[in-house]
Design a protein around this ligand. Structure first.
Ligand SMILES: [Zn+2]
Ligand SMILES: [Zn+2]
Length: 310
């Protein structure tokens, strides 16, 4: 039945030779026929991989043999066999782009307190006074999120420094940062602490781990993934009990399908329903983009078609 597994993991640890770890991943990835994305930097590794159940198990076994990786926390979910087109392994300056510049930090030195999924469950049960700050991109937030969470309006994760003012009113509150698998929160929670937020927690293992433990609870909608599944259901599909919270940019109907702004040079990720895209050919993020698109057309600039992502 379930022949494939998708794993998600990251680790902030000092990697003296990122090239070496990158080559190791390329080699073992090819041997085991894995697909997905691996980013290696001096500060650590961030990866999403798919393979057969057996080969993913072999990869994990070998990974844990590498010094510093014995305790790496791995999130897994059922694969599709075609979640990724190929394997891409890259060496980059950071494992997630936060562009903190001078404020860049090492999560091994400063980061929010790790809160286990079970502890968050308790917080919800006891009705604790806390605020969930969602550190994902706005289009991810649009289709799924924790109950009562705040979206700092991140068009992109690296907008966080610019959006910090929006969080100033919760500076003295108990804050829990959340993201898909936890990697973004390691730095984002550290960054908030650095900026004077005192009571900062981060969800250990991210939404993914929470939903593995408590499927369909405390989370509305669905979880956006960065692979061909696009969104991932936990505890009931959208035809069942689960609520669909995404809304089409154009008609406002409930939907969980994604496309991009019809102006190719903008390309902003949008929640758009199939009907609207079929009917109009392209949907725009703003009226401004729509006007610019038509001006471009008058000037003879060619545009490529936009598609639904899932
Ligand atoms: Zn629509
Ligand atoms: Zn646009």
């Amino acid at each position: 039945m379930n022949t494939h597994t998708i794993i998600l993991f990251y680790k902030y640890t000092n990697i003296a030779e990122p090239e070496k770890l990158s080559t190791w991943n390329k080699k073992i990835g090819a041997e085991l026929g894995l697909t997905g994305r691996v980013i290696v930097a001096q500060e650590g590794i961030n990866a999403t991989l798919e393979g057969t159940n057996e080969n993913i198990a072999k990869y994990i076994e070998e990974l844990r043999k590498i010094e510093g990786f014995a305790d790496v926390q791995i999130k897994d979910s059922v694969g599709t066999g075609n979640a990724f087109p190929r394997l891409r392994v890259r060496v980059r300056p950071e494992i997630v782009s936060l562009h903190l510049g001078e404020d860049d930090l090492d999560p091994n030195e400063i980061t929010g307190v790790h809160l286990k999924p079970e502890e968050l469950k308790e917080w919800y049960k006891k009705n604790e006074d806390f605020v969930v700050v969602d550190m994902r991109n706005d289009y991810e937030f649009a289709v799924g999120r924790f109950k009562n969470s705040i979206n700092p309006d991140l068009e992109n994760f690296r907008d966080l420094p610019k959006q910090l003012d929006k969080l100033s009113n919760i500076k003295n509150k108990k804050i829990l940062t959340v993201c898909t698998g936890g990697v973004r929160c390691e730095k984002a929670s550290g960054y908030l602490k650095k900026k004077g937020f005192e009571n900062v927690y981060q969800l250990d293992g991210g939404m993914h781990k929470y939903m593995e433990k408590f499927p369909g609870e405390d989370f509305l909608g669905t979880l956006y993934t960065f692979d061909n599944r696009v969104v991932m259901d936990f505890g009931g599909d959208k035809n069942g009990k689960r609520e669909v919270i995404g809304r089409c940019q154009n008609c406002n109907d409930a939907c969980e399908t994604f496309s991009h702004c019809g102006r190719n040079s903008c390309h902003k990720h949008l929640v758009v329903c199939r009907d609207c895209l079929e009917k109009h050919g392209r949907i725009f993020c703003t009226a401004k983009c729509k006007v610019k698109y038509f001006i471009d057309r008058i000037r003879g600039k060619k545009s490529v078609a936009v598609k639904i992502e899932n």
